[in-house]
Design a protein around this ligand. Structure first.
Ligand code: HEM
Length: 155
């Protein structure tokens, strides 16, 4: 059972981080290069439409993490490496629910408006995307820290 749960945990983390790297270094870089063209708007729409991949990966990572903790008879929110991982994951989920989710929804509407008025990204939409993108960068730094904590187990 431990092997199954750990495999689900690791595959979910790989999907999350792999997807983030692809978006950050391929999709966003390409969008920057074509700023002012219709492709920019389509690429940013692609960026914000990938939640159907990320959300299941995050949910599976969380559930497998909880199951691993219970199975190994480890503690929740104690002062060790695992407690730190759990705190970081909780902050990430709160960030998703209260900041990134609403920003995503708002940006989606702005993109639709831009599409209907000629297909070129407006400055307001670009600034909204930049804010969203910084939020995701912070979240992904948290995911990398969690990988390091899990592998290193410093405390
Ligand atoms: C961004 C979130 C997370 C990432 C990237 C992550 C990553 C990892 C990685 C890479 C391992 C394998 C470590 C190894 O075998 O050397 C691991 C193991 C583990 N994770 Fe996570 N994890 C995350 C969230 C969580 C959460 C939220 C929990 C608990 C609720 C959790 C509980 C565990 C447990 C119990 C293990 C097994 C530790 C062991 O006995 O070796 N993880 N995690």
């Amino acid at each position: 059972m431990f092997v199954v749960l750990l495999s689900i945990h690791l595959i979910s983390a790989a999907i999350w981080l792999g997807g983030a790297v692809y978006e950050r270094f391929v999709v966003v870089q390409k969008a920057r290069k074509v700023a002012g063209k219709e492709l920019e708007l389509e690429l940013i729409k692609l960026f914000i439409s990938t939640s159907r991949i990320f959300v299941p990966a995050v949910v599976l990572l969380l559930l497998s993490g909880i199951a691993l903790t219970a199975q190994e008879k480890l503690a929740f929110f104690s002062g060790d490496w695992l407690g730190m991982k759990q705190v970081i994951m909780s902050l990430i989920i709160l960030g998703f629910v209260f900041v990134q989710g609403p920003r995503n929804g708002k940006l989606s509407k702005q993109i639709e408006q831009d599409r209907q008025s000629g297909g070129i990204m407006s400055e307001t939409t670009r600034q909204a995307f930049n804010r969203l993108y910084v939020g995701f960068d912070l979240i992904h730094i948290g995911v990398v820290i969690n990988v390091l904590l899990a592998v290193w187990k410093p405390l």
